[in-house]
Design a binder for this molecule. Sequence first.
Ligand code: FAD
Length: 537
Amino acid sequence: MNTHEVVNQPPPLGDVDLHAHDPVLGRLVDEFDASWAQDRLSEFGRIAGTRETHELAEAANRHEPELRTHDRYGHRIDQVDFHPAWHALMDRAVSHGVHSLGWTEDGPGSQVARTSLMYLDSQVEQGHGCPISMTASVVPSLRMAPELSSVWEPRLLSTSYDPSFRPASEKAGALMGMGMTEKQGGSDVRANTTAAVPAADGHRLTGHKWFTSAPMCDAFLVLAQAPGGLSCFFVPRFLEDGTTNTFRIQRLKNKLGNRSNASSEIEFDETAGWMVGEGGRGVATIIEMVIGTRLDCITGSAALMRQSLTHAAWHVSHRSAFGKTLIDQPAMTNVIADLELETEAATLLMLRVAAMFDRAPHDEREAALRRIATPIAKYWVTKRTTAVVRESMECLGGNGYVEESPLPRWFRESPLNAIWEGSGNVIALDVLRALRREPHALAFLGDEIMLDASAAAIGQLAAAREMLETSENHESDARRIVECLARAWSSSLMARHTAFGELYDAGRITESHAMFGTLPHCDELRDIAGRAVPTLA
Ligand SMILES: Cc1cc2nc3c(=O)[nH]c(=O)nc-3n(C[C@H](O)[C@H](O)[C@H](O)COP(=O)(O)OP(=O)(O)OC[C@H]3O[C@@H](n4cnc5c(N)ncnc54)[C@H](O)[C@@H]3O)c2cc1C
């Protein structure tokens, strides 16, 4: 008797063309002015979903970055070594312009095109997206220091990845990160104590940063207390004379996920920095970067949903139980269809926000909308992700829970986008702040929702408005308000861009079921579930 016959196990998921597989991406890219980028996205989608990418992702997370604080003679060197798989992923992202396309193609749809690249790039491995996102997002803040920007922008937008530890002037390309969070205050950056003292050339910074990711970047935007108040500083790893700036990497964080990426604690000691933006306006300056990385949090989360679901759908369409392929078992059809609706809604929110980034510079209405839409989508999509990844994992049964599967890695990754770049409460309170500062923004969002509003969406919008008018404690109601707006807006986008608006409403608004797989039964469930199943390239 053959005791080791393997039957009814799904074949390994081979190469998937992530662009062709996506049910909404290509269509929406056309709609949001980026049809010119379709060939580029298509080419990248074929690369981003290969077995090779999965292998690189696995290796980059298994062989974690290592900190070398000193050389063998005792000199401080403050360098981090990464596995070749990390460099391969970085090289691929940079050479395809995942960090730069939004600025190098400065025409209609350029941010939509870049966001779509980021979405494809972030599906299989997320850690390397951190320096990619920060480099892409730093451009508007850096432009507030035109002298620095004229020298550094060409370096940052270069499509050559150069990880060598040398002065940026000698390198083929450069990357940037940011340091805001301190021990005593992350969200409340006003509590920062790092001090910046004016010097003959720039300022000298002394203090610490409790979280600074990707510390091998070539330069950072850093918040510090200057005589005029909290200000934003440009801090390079090397000075103009080719010597190193003082940038002590004290240790690397031992994180739940995101393990391919290094996140560090930094100390500054008379570290040279140059002010960006006006003195005392540090938050207003760096927020231009943060709003970009917030869009990438939405993007990374939508990507995680899509890739987890792709694996779940592959598994259930190749495994049988109780006499049927799992995806044909009605309870499983419902789960996959429900996850597909959630993932499509997240992708629609992501692309609509990206379109606001394109249009905001020329359109006041889109600028006001962007101000509230980015945190609403950041709050909603990043928080929904963990539930989607968890349910996708369960679709694989026990196979989903073992470390040979990528699902545990994606599950560990899944809460992160909701924490950094503003945690949930901070983001919900930011929506309220934006509504106070941009009083028309709610009316603009309301107009957008009303373009394709179901009764359920109208009800959610009305509930948000009523809470805003009558709440006895707006902060206490902040999450309720944001959730109503997110549901109403998602419902309207689903009605406009898919045929599943009503089902979305039933699953998210009119019926109050807590879990996925609770859509009311209808004939469309099979077709919707089918949209999630990948075909091999
Ligand atoms: C892997 C990783 C990498 C990171 N990389 C970087 C980096 O590169 N650069 C950087 O600057 N930072 C980085 N961070 C830090 C991150 O941005 C902060 O952790 C985050 O902003 C929250 O700040 P905090 O940790 O100080 O928590 P706190 O600010 O103490 O917040 C704790 C909780 O309180 C809530 N809260 C805060 N204020 C209020 C309020 N007024 N009302 C109600 N609730 C409130 C928050 O929503 C949160 O849930 C990183 C974090 C992680 C996990």
